[in-house]
Design a protein around this ligand. Structure first.
Ligand code: ATP
Ligand code: MG
Length: 443
């Protein structure tokens, strides 16, 4: 049979071209052509195929075959371990620890006797061996294949009946069916698609590593998310060695679950007790603590604010790890409802430890950090602030308050500013604040 020739398809309007074009003649989009394999032409017999839908009650339930890795934080993120035949994409910035966790997992599974193929297009076998020695991995069940060819990986997997494949990384692996270079959108999509196909047909659990860069590299894992079963992202703070593994999609478990790790010379170590993320012991003005929820877990996080007189015509407001629009809103509430004159101040907000706060439960803590820096009044290090702040200046309760307080108490917190008094068993002095002006009076 003659080999099918790849075509270029405009991702904006769908027009097809036999070669790459910079600007689409149909819709005018630039750089929108991506190399793909053409769909088979629909034959007349395909159109009249006699398909029979099944009644729901007649379908036998699928027993999910899970393998618990023993790395508790990873198992929790996966929803109880790897599901046989599933495809997991692990994304993250360069150097965050993707290859490290993959090799650790491969080492554990290999020691238990599973047959694993670790295919790397980035590193040579001796580099991988060096890392394995550092991580203390000793197993003969782990096969290393240094290749950039998808076909090599699939052939090896088929011939030697591997149960697991690790592909590190999808950006360095290319299929010979397409002529474009590894890492292009067409290649990463095609490679992932073929690996998913093999995983489903042969029951091979497949772990795919994907690079993401800070500026959101186009051929990054984002374009692959819909193809795979589970998507995990590594985030974190390089300087402190904290790594957060987050599930953003999971067909076999909860999403937005997080696992906490610390990078060390022996690899990624689990931090099962959560932790005081990125915190220092000092009580400088502008520093406050807030317990935030990540999935079903609470973490104590440090917020820092700096309020300085502005030297320009317009004051600057800058947030790192927090939504700048929400920061501006909270400043406006403090200004109008709290009577603080912040108009002539530059205000900076930073979430320590490279964490991103996306929930409104940190509103009160943000206000506290700003007020603390503005008034040059340090906040006691045994205090947390929890609550949402509305445009009218009133404070509102947030979900999972008891989980948050329990986590805070673990780290020696003795006082909590909350929207209202609640029953809490732990030894905690609760200060209820109805609204922003009440808060400023009690602060
Ligand atoms: N001897 C060591 N001691 C402590 N940490 C180390 C050591 N060697 C490497 N690391 C850590 O491992 C990280 C690299 O991990 P890894 O190679 O798994 O990352 P990666 O996400 O696969 O990177 P890449 O995108 O380059 O493939 C380094 O950034 C460093 O933090
Ligand atoms: Mg790597």
């Amino acid at each position: 049979m003659a080999k099918k020739k790849s075509v270029y398809i405009c991702q904006s309007c769908g027009s097809v071209s036999p070669k790459w074009i910079g600007k689409c003649p149909e819709c005018g989009a630039w750089s929108s052509y991506v190399e793909e394999m053409p769909q088979d032409e629909i034959t007349s017999s395909a159109k009249i195929r006699d398909v029979q839908p099944l009644l729901l009650g007649s379908i036998r339930g699928l027993e999910v075959d899970r393998t618990v890795t023993g790395i508790g934080e990873l198992d929790q993120v996966l929803g109880g371990g790897f599901v046989k035949g599933s495809v997991v994409l692990v994304g993250g910035e360069p150097g965050i620890g993707k290859s490290t966790i993959m090799l650790q997992v491969a080492g554990i599974l290999g020691t238990r006797g599973a047959k694993i193929l670790y295919a790397s297009g980035e590193e040579s076998p001796s580099q991988i061996k060096m890392r394995a020695e550092r991580l203390g991995i000793e197993t003969d069940k782990l096969s290393i294949l240094a290749t950039n060819s998808l076909e090599d990986i699939l052939t090896a997997a088929d011939r030697d009946k591997f149960e697991y494949i690790v592909a590190d990384s999808v950006q360095t692996i290319a299929s010979e069916e397409l002529s474009s270079a590894p890492g292009t959108v067409g290649q990463v999509k095609h490679v992932t698609y073929r690996m998913v196909e093999a995983a489903k047909q042969k029951g091979i659990t497949t772990l795919i590593v994907g690079q993401v860069t800070k500026d959101g590299y186009i051929a990054g894992p984002k374009v692959l998310e819909h193809l795979v079963d589970t998507v995990l992202y590594f985030e974190g703070d390089y300087s402190r060695g904290i790594r957060i593994l987050r599930s953003v999609k999971n067909r076999f478990g909860p999403t937005n679950e997080v696992g906490l790790f610390e990078m060390s010379s022996q690899g990624l170590l689990e931090c099962p007790d959560g932790g005081l993320l990125g915190s220092t012991k000092s009580d400088a003005p502008g520093k406050v603590l807030v317990p935030v929820m990540e999935g079903t877990r609470a973490f104590l996080v440090e917020l820092q604010s700096l309020v300085t007189p502005t030297y320009f015509q317009f004051s600057r407001r800058n947030a790192n790890g927090f939504d700048t629009n929400r920061l501006n809103m909270l400043i406006a509430v403090l200004d109008k409802k709290g009577g603080l004159n912040l108009g002539a101040s530059d205000i900076y907000l930073n979430i320590a430890g490279g964490i991103k706060i996306t929930e409104t439960s940190a509103d009160l803590a943000v206000c506290a950090a700003i007020v603390s820096s503005f008034r040059e009044k340090p906040v006691r290090t045994d205090t947390v602030f929890i609550g949402e702040v509305g445009l009218t200046g009133e404070t509102r309760n947030v979900a999972n308050i008891k989980n948050r307080l329990t986590e805070a108490v673990k780290f020696g917190i003795k006082r909590a500013y909350l929207p209202e008094k609640i029953d809490f068993d732990g030894k905690l002095d609760i200060i209820p604040v109805k609204n922003i002006s009440d808060f400023l009076d009690k602060f």
